[in-house]
Design a protein around this ligand. Structure first.
Ligand code: NAG
Ligand code: NAG
Ligand code: NAG
Ligand code: NAG
Length: 967
């Protein structure tokens, strides 16, 4: 979001909207004016009594300043320091080009140097000593100033800790930008991170932290932060010199900018009297800001101001907060009345005309974020009996961001941070190890609970040049499942504490200089099949009794272990060997790989050890599959062709392994080329084929795991989560599936006809997103279970087969459309595709028969009763389904058409849910001035004194306000 306040996207609209402004120059000009203004303010403006206010907890950083340098800022008298101590050594420092380091660009010298971060996906500043649970203002400042000589202003993302803050898009070299967020900080330090989004090297010029009173900005709480869009001080006319207000006038050092180029219709009024805050600690707008205001010259003309919202990739529909600060500045006499209303895009906002109070700051604001418009045009206009025009002293505009993501478990963070320090890891490990998910550290995978902190479950530090002992900090990663330390220069013995990692299933120590013996507890676990242990290529590691030497400086208590080990080692190797040979005998042709005997190798090409993480989209060996599935332990289900096993790749990716033990009549090369094609197909609504295995006639496919199982099971109420799907979930699922099929039909190269579309081939993930499974390999996986038709030419499932396909064997996209129509009917009715009532009847006939009685309710799944749904949407889906299942293939719609119809249905449903404009707008003046904050909170919820926005939308069920949803 370009809510940097100096980007120039706001518009002053006195009667007519301004347009065509040259952004960057305008922005630069304001800043210039501001900075001159600040200088003037510092020089001339009357300070609060007793000198400068408290600056305890202020952090003022001049990024890129050489280490240990510091200075006192001329304007604010605040002490600025180098950023070196806050960066963990990341990034490089630069001076901006001499062309920009001049007073004509900016007098703010902190902008003359920058720190840039050419390496790493994310780099962070850590601001220490914050009070957990307190509210802070965090402000980042930017001037590119062509510091790199490339004349290429970048764009990048900012994060506050693990939460996305905003995107910074630098328009020009002289652009002076501010990003500001108000948030509650959960920990005793807070990180500000810059993420490289591929649009240039992130950099930063300055960083400020300001503690706020917790009573300020009530809309900011533990889960919701406020990103500054605009903060204005009205009524300083064209004289911006007087307009810029910040510390010390603002005790929190907020920056109040003048409204540049105010329209001629506005007229300024001001007072020299102090303006009081209605309730101390609620808004705390500086008196000097409130002492100036605008009205209109002609009292029948409104004050018009407007702001655009600026959606970004994380907030396509940003929620907005507006606060208008108002105080009467004239002592009204006689019959003079100043009363006005505010409207938003023509809709009246204030319920009753509002009357400002003399010399008392009041505010009009919305208590819940507003999302209805992309541009908000406000009009302040005089009420009917008002003799004076409206008045406006100051404004703040924010957009809301979620701060609800939590960081990784503290113990994991502490362990991995120690590991990072111990081995001096240079992998761009910065910020939180697991969160946000897209920025998790290289080589780390995590589990993400719904309300619990992420945990590190996998750590790959192979080929990382590690030397020295294996740190016992690894044993503090309590939930780790996969630990790969292979191919480093690790020495010493294997720490026994590693055996306390109860979830560890893969430990790879191959290719190091380890010595001593393997802790017996680890060996025992590998023997029991609970742990896969690789330790080959450690010349000094004791793996048989004769070569075993006791390490020199071990305590007595360790000796027993080392003595006991050799016996166990031999036992374990023997058992493993036996196990593998047996297994492979049963499977036929696969050669065993002996664990622990050296580098695990992939038999196909004898290539060296490749970490499983790199094996996406590739060929697995039988042995890989044994590791992945933990020796084929857990069967997820059985497809037509054979069992499906649960498994994890080494990087923690959850997979499903489909195995067909018996021979297929398809040739090896043919299979490989088909499989390779399929691994290249990626669409969010197609189950991804991660890899495959073909050894002799042993055949297996490795798919992404879909935790919620098949649509069929969900409709039948089978499976773990038996809650019936809501209508909206059903619509999403069919829309997702339709999009997957559309992709196969249209976008895929080569094009695919699925040929076996059915509800059991539509899989759901944890978020109930649907993906189509089992496309493409119909030849390889042809089978003969009873409902499945598989002749030389017909592949598919009874009840889903298009009539012309059965008679002519002609494969066209229309046969998928037909089958998909059947799926749609299953989704609406909750019935199986062939009903037994008592004679078998197809779901198409069943639906038609019931519909002929004219009542749609008759066909709707009874499990959706009590759930609200839009009946028109249901009709529409049934209509689409019946068109899809038309006997004549030519009459069936295309998948693209189906997709667009289903989208409309989903929109119907979502509109039902869409939050209306019932947000409550509140004024502070209705509050008893003597009351404490807690009474204020009650007042808000009672609503007796609140303004309600008049709006004629029906009252709808409240939508959960979380992250905005994509439409
Ligand atoms: C923060 O405020 C939002 C909106 O008022 C609310 O939905 C949310 O529950 C609040 N969070 C906390 C932790 O109070
Ligand atoms: C602008 O404001 C400054 C500071 O208050 C004042 O000294 C100056 O005279 C003003 N200029 C104009 C043109 O009003
Ligand atoms: C002006 O009109 C409003 C209602 O329209 C009323 O509440 C208010 O008392 C009136 N003010 C005066 C001074 O008559
Ligand atoms: C181990 O260290 C030696 C010398 O100290 C070096 O030559 C070798 O490349 C290192 N091996 C690995 C895998 O880092």
């Amino acid at each position: 979001m370009s809510s940097l306040i100096a980007t120039g996207w706001w518009h002053a609209c006195a009667q007519s909207a301004r347009s065509g402004m040259e952004r960057s120059t305008m922005a630069a000009r304001w800043w210039l004016l501001l900075l001159i203004g600040l200088a003037a303010a510092a020089a001339g403006v009357v300070r609060g009594q007793g000198g400068a206010p408290d600056t305890t907890g202020f952090i003022n950083i001049d990024c890129g300043l050489p280490e240990k340098s510091r200075y006192v800022d001329d304007v604010t008298k605040l002490k600025f320091t180098s950023d070196e101590a806050f960066t963990d050594g990341a990034g490089t420092i630069h001076n901006v080009s001499a062309d920009y380091a001049t007073a004509s660009t900016t007098t703010d010298r902190s902008l003359y140097t920058v720190r840039s971060f050419p390496d790493g996906a994310r780099n962070c500043y850590t601001l220490p000593s914050v009070v957990p649970g307190s509210k802070y203002l965090v402000r980042a400042r930017f001037m590119y100033g062509n510091y790199d000589g490339l004349s290429k202003p970048p764009a990048f993302d900012l994060y506050l800790g693990v939460n996305f803050w905003q995107t910074v898009t630098v328009p020009s070299a002289d652009w002076l930008g501010i990003a500001e967020v108000i948030a509650v900080v959960p920990d005793d330090s807070v990180q500000v991170c810059l993420a490289n989004t591929g649009a240039g090297t992130p950099f930063i010029s300055g960083l400020d932290l300001r503690p706020l009173a917790n009573s300020l900005y009530q809309q900011a709480n533990a889960t919701q932060g406020l990103v500054l869009v605009d903060r204005r001080n009205f009524g300083v006319g064209g004289n911006a010199t007087a307009g810029g207000v910040r510390y010390p006038d603002d005790t929190y050092d907020r920056v109040w900018l003048p409204w540049s180029n105010p329209p001629a219709e506005w007229s300024d009024i001001s007072t020299t009297e102090k303006v009081q805050n209605t309730i101390a600690g609620l808004f705390d707008v500086p008196s000097v800001v409130m002492q100036t205001a605008i009205t209109t010259r002609n009292s029948s003309k409104p004050i018009q101001v407007s702001w655009d919202t600026h959606p970004n990739h994380d907030y396509p529909d940003p929620g907005m907060f507006f606060t208008f600060y108002v105080s009467e500045l004239e002592l009204l006499t006689g019959n003079a009345v100043r009363q006005f209303n505010i409207s938003v895009n023509g809709i009246i906002w204030t319920k009753q005309p509002y009357k400002p109070v003399y010399l008392s700051t009041d505010s009009l604001y919305n208590a819940a974020p507003h999302r209805s418009y992309s541009r908000y045009n406000f009009s302040l206009y005089a009420a009917g009996n008002s003799t004076l025009p409206p008045i406006l002293n100051a404004v703040e505009v924010f957009s809301v961001v979620s701060t609800g993501n939590v960081g990784t478990d503290a113990q994991d963070v502490s362990a991995i941070t120690s590991i990072k320090a111990r081995y001096q890891v240079k992998k761009g490990w910065a910020g939180d190890p697991c969160a946000p998910k897209n920025l998790a550290w290289n080589g780390i995978s995590c589990s993400y609970g719904i309300s619990t902190p992420p945990r590190i479950t996998s750590l790959n530090m192979s080929y990382s040049g590690l030397s020295g002992d294996i740190s016992s900090y690894f044993a503090n990663l309590k939930e780790i499942k996969y630990l790969d330390l292979s191919n480093n220069n690790l020495t010493g013995s294997i720490p026994i504490v590693l055996s306390q990692l109860q979830f560890l299933t893969v430990l790879d120590l191959t290719g190091n200089q380890l010595n001593g013996s393997i802790p017996s507890a680890l060996l025992k676990r590998s023997q029991d099949g609970g742990l896969t242990l690789w330790y080959g290529n450690n010349p000094n590691l004791c793996s048989n009794s004769s070569s075993c030497q006791l390490p020199q400086k071990k305590s007595n208590s360790m000796i027993a272990v080392y003595v006991a080990v050799p016996v166990v080692v031999i036992g374990a190797v023997a058992v493993l060997l036996l196990f593998l040979i047996k297994k492979n005998e049963a499977k036929g042709s696969v050669k065993p790989h002996i664990l622990g005997s050296g580098l695990p190798s992939h038999s196909q090409n004898g290539s060296e050890h490749t970490s499983l993480q790199q094996l996406h989209n590739r060929q697995f060996t039988y042995k890989d599959l044994a590791v992945i599935t933990n020796n084929f332990q857990r069967v997820l289900g059985r497809g037509g062709f054979g069992p499906v096993y649960d498994g994890f790749l080494k990087d923690g990716t959850h997979v499903a392994v489909k195995v067909r033990g018996e021979s297929s009549d398809q040739g090896y090369t043919e299979f490989l080329s088909e499989a390779q094609t399929l691994t290249k197909i990626h669409h969010k609504n197609l189950v991804a084929l991660i890899g495959y295995c073909k050894e002799g006639d042993y055949l297996a496919l490795v798919y992404e795991h879909m935790s919620e199982g098949t649509l069929e099971d969900k409709l039948r109420g089978k499976g773990s989560n038996t809650r019936s799907l809501t209508w909206k979930q059903r619509l999403r699922i069919v829309l997702d599936s339709a999009q997957g099929l559309e992709y196969l039909h249209k976008a895929c190269s080569p094009r695919f006809v699925h040929r076996d579309v059915k509800s059991s081939n539509i899989l759901l993930n944890a978020n109930f997103e649907a993906k189509v499974a089992d496309f493409g390999l119909t030849k390889a996986f042809k089978c003969d279970n009873d409902t499945h038709v598989s002749t030389i030419r017909v592949v598919g499932t009874r009840g889903y087969l298009a009539p012309e396909y059965v008679t002519t064997y002609l494969v066209t996209e229309k046969i998928d459309i037909y089958s998909f129509g059947v799926v749609l009917l299953e989704v609406v009715t909750g019935q199986p595709h062939i009903l037994k009532c008592p004679e078998p009847v197809s779901i198409i006939q069943w639906t038609q028969q019931r519909l002929s009685r004219g009542n749609i309710e008759d066909v709707v799944d009874t499990r959706m009763q009590g759930d609200h749904y839009d009946i028109n949407g249901v009709w529409k889906v049934v209509d689409v389904a019946l068109k899809c299942t038309a006997q004549d293939a030519k009459q069936r719609p295309t998948m693209t058409n189906v997709v667009s119809q289903l989208k409309e249905c989903l929109e119907l449903e979502e509109n039902r849910f869409r939050e209306d404009l019932s947000d409550t707008y509140v004024t502070g003046s209705s509050i008893d001035r003597n009351s404490s904050y807690s009474t204020y909170a009650t007042e808000l919820s009672q609503g007796s004194t609140t303004f309600e926005m008049e709006h004629n939308l029906r009252k709808m069920p409240k939508r959960d306000i979380g992250l905005p949803t994509l439409r």
